[in-house]
Ligand binder design. Sequence first.
Ligand code: AMP
Ligand code: TRP
Length: 340
Amino acid sequence: MSEDYQGPERVFSGVQPSGELHLGNYLGALKKFARLQHEKECVFCIVDLHAITVPQDPKRLAEQTRHIAAAYLASGVDPSKALIYNQSDVRAHTELAWYFNCVARTGWLNRMTQFKDKAGKNAEKASVGLYTYPVLQAADILAFKATQVPVGEDQKQHLELSRDIAGKFNRDFNAPGFFPLPEPLIDGPGAKVMSLRDGTKKMSKSDPADASRINLTDDADKIAKKIRKAKTDSGLVPETPDELDGRPDIANLVGIYSALADMSEADVLEQHAGSQFGPFKNALADVAVAAMEPITELMTRYLSAPDEIDRILAEAGDKAAAIADPIVAEVRKIIGFRGA
Ligand code: AMP
Ligand code: TRP
């Protein structure tokens, strides 16, 4: 946090309503959200403005948004403790994003690896929105003066950019400590869940192979099958975490086990050291089904009541705007607009 920032602590994070959520999203983000709501003031957003940086089907966008809301709820985020709202319902995001577009430098954005990955070879055909995506992300966080941001490891660079933008705004406008420098919360074994088919690649919704990931909507049978088919090597389960070096597929399965069972990797290995991977994967499948099945069931239940989801989102959207609007109004004043 900025040395000068004196305001209260607040947690903010967001998930895009595009595609299916998977185990990586759950362990890297949602599971942490449910824990943090007991410790700090939390604001959790469904970032539909980010989703439209690549084409989305207008007929499906609202449905996808409810899907993420249901995932938050099913993962244990309690709407009476934390705000769960939809980004496009709160105008402060887009407004602050513009001001930050004028603070961030193109050189900073040119270094963003996620843009390069997503835009691929044909960057000239990518939307301008995809390019400035991390600036909108900084606006999300700072419209709430959030001090901590729980995310998976892939968001580290975007969080650094958010800190750079906050610091430059504070300096450029001679407003020391106005924005905090938000800290990423990226810890634990779930921060980077890898593909079940290739332990060197991130588990991702854009992977064409469904067997590479466990979706939050997979039933017990599917979860168990995918784990039993997960890639391993011809060795045995090692004795200590150090021996996971150079064995990415095994390290991934042990990390998933540890995160799902809330056990250290050392304890997981102690239990299974010397075992063949068949029995180890059976044990992991049991752990995964026990952890994920209740979430899948709850998600289905929440999705059968879309009006209730919409009510939760609308109520939280009003509360979120009541926090963010005054902060953005102060920004207008600091910039020097006549009407501010
Ligand atoms: P996204 O679905 O890209 O909006 O990501 C939502 C959240 O899940 C972010 O905090 C990501 O960092 C996190 N996340 C996505 N993929 C993974 C993964 N394979 N392992 C851990 N966290 C992830
Ligand atoms: N870029 C994040 C992702 O793809 C989603 C996101 C948007 C976000 N705004 C945010 C995450 C603000 C944390 C805070 O995962």
